[in-house]
Ligand binder design. Sequence first.
Ligand SMILES: [Zn+2]
Length: 170
Amino acid sequence: MFMSGLDAEERELYPGSVDRDSTLRDSPVNCAMPTIDCIFCHPQAESVIWSDARCRVLLVTDTPFAGFCRVVWRDHVAEFTELDRASRDHLMSVVAAVERSLRDLLSPDKVNLASLGNMMPHLHWHVIPRWRDDSHFPDAIWAAERRRGVPRELPPDFVTKVRKALDPLR
Ligand SMILES: [Zn+2]
């Protein structure tokens, strides 16, 4: 079957995005110029909880996985190795700080880091807190659901504390 699990996974992740089927996959998209159909170059609605000149951190709200964050590089770059070393270091410092915040604030059983970009080839990292009783554990969140997950709420000061943890990285 041509369609991989990752394609389905990312379609689930970006339910508001247009179905770009073969057009995007067949086109050279790894350029630095913003592309008109890229939801990270042209966001419709996203919950930005922190940003600096190079990247931004989103709280993913259309998910049952409370605390799911996404770190998005500002420029339209497809691959991690298109960044210079300083930029790579900065991006991963932000990813690490988000992971640290999720661990400190939510005490998950595990944190998943993922960078896929098959459907949306604009460099971004998913930082996902996981619990053994969530709907998909121990599988990736994009796999088939295993059970009815235990719902979780974020603490009221969650965003404030994540921002505070990230501010030294500016
Ligand atoms: Zn883009």
